[in-house]
Design a protein around this ligand. Structure first.
Ligand code: GTP
Ligand code: SPV
Ligand code: MN
Length: 612
């Protein structure tokens, strides 16, 4: 058995409540060794991981890791929010009683670290000194060194973040145990994996994975699920799966801040890292604040809605990242950045990495190349077209490496929010952008955000998978209560942000090509939105919001046909009427949905009827 007190003394971990917690879990798990981690330990941990073959070198100062082949993504079915109050049950949060989940998880974790090291990772999910910092401290306990290395890149890590809390008990207890991955029955009726947030006890208990949001508990479990619950419980803030950017106009000197939610793998990181199109680069600059999570609150002094990114790094989708789509992302993982690639293809002889879309064709000389599972490409059967990299393969890098990082990303104050946008992968119906200035209609629009399911869905033809505010997998409490809280937080601001719905993914029904070139060009509709808010353009009112006229969009240098442009700037009233019926069913599932939301729904439906 380890000596927790000695390990904590040596590391200068003084918070007495954290010490109790570490002692408790050292005893439950039976860990042989305890190691308290700070960011300064990174270089040593990297060396240890290389020596143990948990990481392999990917050029100088970059690393490669491979996960167990059934452990490659966040698991929604196995994710549970538990509390002591059955009223917290929602449609999406997989609610279970805390009294059932806590003992179950303790039993799975009991004795699981015999012979192993338990790493103690104190962290902060906020810029230091931010007014939401009291909800942002946590201590992850994990059995996996690569998880520690990811946490150091994705969160602010060190004992200083928990030693001097105003209330020494106000940290999230986040316990991660990997388990025997081969024996967990992935996807069978006897699946052993449980990813539980006991939200009203501020405790996260994740068992059965060492991948991404299942294992880096600061990110999604704390930053989204626990944060959302705390924000509601305190009535103070929202925790959302949003990117957050600044758009700087070099001509006027003004900067605007936009945040927004797109479901997983729908373009948040790409938007946040956007390099303006060449034709607009002299005038505008886009700065990165965050690409996956934003916490929003009303600043008392100015009365404005503010936002900050609780994270300290990027866990980005590798697929299709290249010099054309996203040069910024490539530079954020240059040699020397300490970036870690997971589940991409790897060549141990040359230490190169590759993924689908990195170059138009895979490397012609396949000598040495291994696919994401470690199988040599050279051994493939002729005609085997399975991808070299896993579709959810990722890169992990800290914010300091992001070339367009905002100079004030670490400022305690956060930034004022001018606009909130929603968007998903929608192959028809949704125009390029439609703006909404009414609060209830904006929140209604977020609640009815739909996106193409990225896996087999039992959906009705023409119906999307709804993903309210892109938070469906992270919903911590009832959806009606969530809508109420959203209206209350944003509605308390003296100056309302403008809302908008965007869609970069409309396709031609015949040949399937994307009608809008997307990526860097996405700046154009956002500039229009800011102009609209400032009253510089008026757009065209439709039943579902204001859409730009062709002349209002800055289109110089865009590669798009007049027909495609026409399509993405128009509303298909019949398709929208059909959609309204689906929305009615969608909203009716939720208890305590505020009347304002239903009124907004009826207003939009009536406006569409009037159009016919
Ligand atoms: P999570 O990290 O899972 O929350 O995803 P995300 O929302 O940050 O998505 P990301 O920016 O990583 O993009 C996901 C995929 O969509 C990548 O393969 C991108 O190349 C692709 N993508 C992003 N923006 C666009 C766009 O404007 N047009 C098209 N066609 N594809 C895009
Ligand atoms: C997402 O899936 O939305 C992510 C990746 O951002 S993970 O952290 O694995 O959830
Ligand atoms: Mn995400």
């Amino acid at each position: 058995m380890a000596d927790p007190d000695k390990a904590m003394d040596d590391a200068g971990l003084t918070n007495p409540r954290v010490r109790d917690y570490v002692r408790h879990w050292a005893e439950v798990t039976g860990a042989d060794r305890i190691e308290v981690v700070s960011a300064a330990d990174d270089a040593r941990l990297i060396e240890e991981a290389l020596a143990a073959k948990e990481l392999e070198p990917a050029g100088i100062g970059r690393y490669y890791s491979r996960s167990y082949h059934k452990d490659t993504a966040r698991s929604e079915e196995r994710t549970i929010v538990a509390t002591n109050n059955p009223k917290d049950k929602g449609v999406y949060n997989n609610w279970r009683p805390a009294s059932e989940m806590r003992p179950l998880l303790e039993s799975k974790m009991r004795g699981a670290l015999v012979g192993k090291t338990m790493y103690v990772v104190p962290y902060l999910m906020a810029p230091p000194g931010n007014e939401l910092a009291p909800w942002a401290a946590g201590v992850e306990l994990t059995d996996t060194r690569t998880v520690v290395l990811h946490m150091i890149r994705m969160a602010r890590v060190g004992v200083e973040f928990v030693n001097d809390l105003d209330d020494p008990d106000s940290f999230v207890r986040a316990v991660h145990v990997t388990g025997e991955l081969e024996l967990l029955g992935h996807g069978t009726p006897d699946d052993q994996r449980y990813f539980v947030t006991v939200a009203d006890e501020r405790t996260i208990l994740h068992f059965g994975s060492s991948y991404g949001g299942n294992a880096l508990l600061g990110k999604i479990a704390h930053g989204l699920r626990q944060g959302a619950y705390d924000g509601w419980d305190s009535r103070r803030f929202l925790a959302e799966q949003y990117m957050l950017i600044g758009i700087h106009d070099k001509e006027t000197g003004e900067t605007y801040h936009i945040c927004g939610g797109f479901p997983s793998a729908s373009g948040k990181t790409n938007l946040a890292m956007m390099l303006p199109p060449d034709a607009l680069g002299d005038r505008y600059h886009v700065s990165f604040y965050g690409d996956d999570i934003a916490w929003l609150w009303v600043d008392e002094e100015s009365g404005r809605l503010y936002g900050m990114n609780p994270e300290y790094g990027v866990f980005g989708v590798a697929k299709d990242t290249n010099e054309t789509t996203n040069p910024t992302a490539l530079h954020s993982v240059d040699e020397g950045t300490g970036a870690i690639f997971t589940n991409v293809a790897y060549n141990p002889q040359t230490q190169e990495v590759w993924w689908e879309g990195r170059t138009p064709e895979p490397p012609a000389d396949v000598t040495g190349w291994l696919d994401w599972m470690g199988a040599p490409i050279a051994d493939r059967e002729p005609g085997d077209t399975s991808p070299w990299a896993h579709p959810n393969s990722r890169f992990t890098t800290t914010l300091d490496n992001v070339p367009n990082i905002a100079p004030d990303y670490n400022a305690a104050s956060g930034v004022p929010i001018d606009a909130i946008i929603f968007g998903g992968r929608t192959r028809d119906r949704e125009p390029l952008i439609r703006a909404i200035s009414d609060l209830a209609e904006g929140v209604y629009d977020g609640l009815t955000l739909g996106a193409e399911a990225t896996f087999a869905a039992e959906g009705v033809e023409g119906q999307l998978r709804y993903d309210p505010m892109s938070n469906r997998p992270f919903m911590a409490y009832g959806e009606g209560d969530y809508a109420r809280h959203y209206l209350d937080v944003v509605g308390a601001a003296k100056e309302l942000p403008i809302f908008a719905h965007v869609n970069w993914f409309q396709r031609d029904p015949e040949d399937g090509h994307f009608l809008w070139p997307g990526y860097r060009e996405n700046l154009r509709p956002l500039l229009w939105l800011i102009q609209l808010k400032k009253g510089e353009v008026t757009g065209r009112q439709t039943p579902v919001g204001i859409i730009p006229t062709k002349d209002e969009l800055l289109l110089d240098g865009v590669d798009i046909t007049p027909e495609d442009l026409e399509t993405i700037l128009s509303i298909d009233v019949d398709r929208w009427k059909q959609e309204i019926g689906f929305r009615e069913e969608h909203l009716a599932q939720f208890e305590r949905m505020p009347e304002e939301i239903w009124e907004a729904h009826r207003r939009v439906a009536a406006a569409l009827d009037a159009e016919a």
